[in-house]
Write a protein that binds this ligand. Structure first.
Ligand code: ASP
Ligand code: MG
Length: 422
């Protein structure tokens, strides 16, 4: 059996939804577990609903949610005929769930409400697509993944309970695969033991795909994307970016770690643990080879470029001249953990510590404030962090040129430089 994942871009219009059966029909008789994200920018729209609700702007929240509703009803109307009424009823149950909540006052933390509201994006998209596939003769079972994927209650970044989820996969998913052949469910969301909805972190649907591939011992996971495959740079910034046809787990986990927006960083581990190959394929043209990621030795990789804009350099200098080691360093890393900060680069000197972070105003303020008890803290914004794996002198010169380098780190495989924006 195979696991497929369709991202938001692959289901963001009526035409694209209609493209899905064309892909599935290329795998006749195959057992498929299909994971789907929210349509297009729905998650962003729902984030705005959650914020408005939490800030007490109830009317805004309802208005914004009304737009999400309308958009899904319209899509359902366009793609469905015989299955429209049943689907509209299913959609309206999800609408009601959210609206009940929106009429209340927030009494718990923001992240809890975020998850209760945002999770609906995936429930709506999958309801429509499942109905559409059934209508086109592709029999499938829609599953509410919240009955299967058990997590802790760390809302917005929930941790999957592997044991319970595996048990549910055995009890719910496998029998359905045997009866209907195709199970269709949501990426990115899950639920706690108390049936509270949770999410796994933005772009988390890839990770859901990998978890199911692992637990079902799938032959492969295919992520259907709007690009030709995994590229060596972001084609929006680098016109000569090209597809890399073969990669291995290590390379991809490193790329994701340095910020390449290829595949969610958590996706690789569940696949690597069972040596399940991952295909990144283009849903607009499935005949293109795409990228395969598996256990293999790679030779001659091109330079892989990751550019992170809007970076912040934080310089900390110990106030009383004690070395930045032991106690002060532990304090800093504890702060990172408390504030859920993952530095993109760190560098240690005798009495200084430098770190580079994404520009998250709230977190940076808190970090600077707390750290100022033991350090003199300086915050410098507007930086660019360039990472090149498999670098050579030519590519380095080409990309860095005469830019002013504030920080540089280098191993045999990777070079990173922090520069001011030109
Ligand atoms: N819909 C979620 C997001 O936009 C999850 C995903 O697409 O992977 O972040
Ligand atoms: Mg996505």
């Amino acid at each position: 059996m195979k696991v497929f994942k369709f991202g938001g871009a692959s289901v963001n219009s009526v035409e694209r939804i209609k493209n899905i059966p064309l892909i599935i029909n290329q795998f006749p008789g195959e057992q498929l577990m299909i994971i789907i994200s929210a349509m297009g920018k729905t998650t962003n729209a729902l984030e705005k609903v959650a914020t408005a609700f939490y800030e007490g702007r109830k009317d805004d929240a309802l208005l914004l949610f009304g737009q999400v509703k309308q958009q899904h009803l319209t899509t359902a109307k366009y793609v469905l005929v015989t299955h429209y009424l049943a689907c509209a009823e299913q959609l309206s149950n999800f609408f009601t769930e959210v609206e009940w909540l929106l009429y209340d006052q927030p009494v718990r933390e923001f992240d809890y409400y975020y998850d209760q509201i945002v999770c609906v994006g995936e429930l709506l998209s999958t309801s429509i697509i499942s109905a559409y596939l059934n209508e086109t003769g592709i029999r499938n079972t829609w599953v509410d993944v919240r009955d299967v994927l058990r997590t802790d209650d760390n809302f917005r970044d929930a941790i999957v309970n592997q044991e319970q989820t595996l048990q549910h996969v055995k009890d719910i998913i496998i029998p359905q695969l045997h009866t209907t052949g195709i199970v269709l469910t949501q990426g990115f969301i899950g639920a706690t033991d108390e049936n509270e909805s949770t999410t796994l972190g933005r772009e988390g649907s890839d990770y859901t795909g990998a978890i199911f591939a692992n637990m079902l011992d799938a032959e492969s996971l295919t992520i259907w994307k709007d690009v030709e495959g995994v590229m060596n740079a972001d084609p929006k910034h680098f016109l000569d970016a090209k597809v890399i046809s073969e990669l291995n787990y290590t390379e991809v986990i490193e790329m994701a770690y340095y910020g390449a927006q290829v595949i969610h960083p958590k996706t690789i581990k569940p696949l690597q643990n069972k040596l399940i190959p991952l295909y990144a394929k283009c849903f607009l043209d499935p005949s293109l080879p795409g990228t395969v990621i598996k256990k293999q030795v790679l030779k001659d990789l091109p330079p892989i470029i990751v550019l992170k804009e809007d970076q912040v350099l934080i310089q900390m200098k110990s106030k009383d001249f004690s070395f930045v080691e032991g106690e002060p360093l532990t304090t800093l890393y504890r702060l990172f953990q408390q504030l859920n900060i993952k530095p993109n680069l760190t560098q240690n000197g005798a009495i200084t510590f430098l770190c580079v972070l994404d520009n998250r105003q709230d977190k940076i303020e808190k970090l600077a404030l707390e750290a100022s008890a033991i350090f003199e803290v300086q915050v410098i914004k507007g930086m660019q962090l360039l990472t090149i794996r498999h670098y050579n002198r030519d590519i380095f010169e080409k990309l860095v040129g005469s830019k002013k380098i504030l920080l540089r780190q280098q191993t045999t495989a990777t070079i990173q430089v922090l520069t001011t924006n030109p």
